[in-house]
Design a protein around this ligand. Structure first.
Ligand SMILES: O=C(O)CCC(=O)C(=O)O
Length: 304
C-alpha cells in the first residue's frame, strides 16, 4: 500500500515539469519518509558492492534499493510513484535508482551530462525523482539546462572506454549486435563506469560550465521533503567546489511511463535491471511487456 504525498502536485508544477524539463516540488514527503530516506541511504552507504563507485569524493551506487530495505520502501511504498505518475499523467513503472553521496567536506561538482545514453531505454515518458535526506543549498544542488529535454539529441556518455584510444573498445562498438546487450548479466559480478564503451559517434556534451551565461540554468535550494522532478533526457549536473559541514545523501529514482521501450545501445554504460536479463528483451519491446520486472507502481485509476 502506497502512502499519499502531503499534498497533490499542482497543475502549475506539472506544466513547469513539461515546459522546463524539471521542477522543484516543495513539501511532498513527511518527516517519517525523510527519516527513512536517511536511514536507507546510510544502509546503502554501509554496504558498498559491485555497483558502488567512488569518483573523487562522490560515491555513486546503482540500484541501491536492491540492498537497502529503507530505500526499497522508498521505491515501493513512498508517495514518489504517485508524484511522478501525476506529473506524467499516466501509469508509471519503476526502472532503477541511484544514490549520490557526498560526505561532508569538499563537495566536487557532478559534471553536466544527460542520462539517456547510459541506459538501454528509448522513449519520452521518462522522469526522475531526486530527493535528499539533507538540506542542499542551491550551489551544490541539482541543476538543469531549462528545456534541454526537448532538444532531441542523445549525447555521448562521459564514462565508458574510449574507442578512439582502445582497440578492444572500438571493436565492441563496431560489432555491437542489435539483439544482445553490451553489458550482460555478468556485469553484476564485476562492473564499473568503464565496463561499457563510450559511443563517441554521438555528439559530445557541450561545455556548459565554461559558458554558463549562454545557457538557461535552473537550480533550487532544496529542503528534505521536497522532490526535484526532472526529465530523463535533460542535461543536468550539480554544483560543487565548496566545503560543506553536512553530507549530501541524495537518491534519484527513474520511472517510465507508457511510451518507454527497451533499446540495445552500442554504448551502454549502466547494466540492465538484473531481473530483466532472464527475459532476453529485444529492442523495441515496451517495458510494459515485462510486468514481472516492471509492475505498474501507480496509475491514475489508483486515485479515481
Ligand atoms: O546528485 C547529483 O550530484 C547528480 C544526480 C544525477 O546526475 C542524477 O540524478 O541523474
Amino acid at each position: 500500500m502506497r502512502d499519499a504525498p502531503l499534498r497533490t502536485i499542482t497543475e502549475d508544477e506539472i506544466a513547469a515539469f513539461h515546459r522546463d524539463g524539471a521542477t522543484l516540488v516543495k513539501g511532498m514527503l513527511s518527516r517519517e519518509w525523510v527519516d527513512l530516506l536517511g536511514a536507507g541511504a546510510d544502509e546503502a552507504i554501509d554496504r558498498p558492492d559491485v555497483m558502488s563507485e567512488n569518483l573523487g569524493t562522490l560515491r555513486v551506487d546503482q540500484f541501491p534499493a536492491a540492498k537497502s530495505p529503507g530505500l526499497r520502501r522508498m521505491v515501493e511504498e513512498s508517495p514518489l510513484a504517485e508524484i511522478v505518475g501525476r506529473a506524467l499523467g499516466s501509469a508509471v513503472r519503476f526502472y532503477m535508482d541511484q544514490l549520490f553521496f557526498k560526505p561532508k567536506g569538499l563537495f566536487l561538482p557532478t559534471p553536466w551530462h544527460q542520462d539517456t545514453c547510459y541506459y538501454n531505454l528509448h522513449g519520452h515518458d521518462l522522469i526522475r525523482a531526486w530527493v535528499s535526506a539533507d538540506p542542499v543549498p542551491r550551489d551544490v544542488s541539482l541543476e538543469v539546462v531549462r528545456g534541454s529535454h526537448l532538444w532531441n539529441t542523445t549525447y555521448s556518455p562521459l564514462a565508458g572506454r574510449d574507442p578512439e584510444a582502445d582497440d578492444d573498445a572500438r571493436a565492441t562498438l563496431e560489432n555491437a549486435r542489435p539483439d544482445e546487450p553490451v553489458l550482460g548479466a555478468d556485469a553484476y559480478d564485476d562492473w564499473n563506469y568503464f565496463s561499457g564503451v563510450r559511443d563517441t559517434r554521438l555528439p559530445a556534451v557541450p561545455d556548459i560550465e565554461a559558458h554558463r551565461d549562454s545557457y538557461d540554468i535552473l537550480g533550487w535550494d532544496y529542503e528534505p521533503g521536497d522532490v526535484i522532478l526532472f526529465h530523463g533526457h535533460i542535461l543536468h549536473g550539480a554544483g560543487g567546489n565548496i566545503v560543506s559541514e553536512r553530507p549530501r545523501r541524495a537518491h534519484a529514482s527513474l520511472w517510465a511511463g507508457e511510451d518507454v521501450r527497451y533499446l540495445h545501445r552500442a554504448g551502454q554504460i549502466i547494466p540492465d535491471p538484473r531481473a530483466l536479463y532472464a527475459h532476453k528483451p529485444r529492442s523495441g519491446q515496451f517495458l510494459s511487456e515485462f510486468p514481472e520486472v516492471f509492475p505498474v507502481a501507480w496509475s491514475p485509476e489508483d486515485s479515481a
